[in-house]
Design a protein around this ligand. Sequence first.
Ligand code: DGI
Ligand code: FE
Ligand code: FE
Ligand code: FE
Length: 187
Amino acid sequence: MKREQLIAAVKEQMPERRWLHTLGVMETSVILANRFGGDPVKADLAAILHDYCKYWPVQEQAKIIRENDLPQDLLAFDKELWHSHAGAYIAKAQFGIEDEEILDAIRYHTSGREQMTLLDKIVCLADYMEPGRDFPAVGLIRELAEHSLEKALIAGFDSTIGFLLSKGKRIYPLTILTRNDLIHQIN
Ligand code: DGI
Ligand code: FE
Ligand code: FE
Ligand code: FE
């Protein structure tokens, strides 16, 4: 499928404001790829598809996870964690994306994972700092991203973890492992 067709398919899955977020992630992913020596074409493609399933009924997202041997432990945690895995599944099954680097960047854009690839980091960070994002830590994240993907991502995960703590929510263990691993990487 051509890029323009993919974009049209993504647009119809989400409200206008989420499409604007996706455009922001596309633009920011390409900037970060160029800044840190990543592949801007792969970053663009992963960004286009990263939130494909975000507005699907949660039961459909859960069904994809249950029926396709995706990590079942996700279902015991916040439903916000589901769309990334469902999205990677659809990217392959429906859009024929075979590149595991791109699929992983979609799959892990919410939770992160240990030993994130360069592309994982680029898409996850772009998701945090695209121009439409507005939350207390975003200025710090953008500043750190001038020089360090890892430092900027740690600030991002710190802010997510703090948010989850403040809401009394559970934290998916992989998110904690991701933060620990990123701290290890900069020390
Ligand atoms: O889909 P987006 O809104 O663009 O961003 P995302 O895919 O990074 O989702 C972020 C949301 O996921 C954020 O509101 C916090 C929520 N969330 C819930 N539990 C967890 C979690 N995020 C992480 N990283 N880890 C969790 O355990
Ligand atoms: Fe997302
Ligand atoms: Fe994110
Ligand atoms: Fe997103």
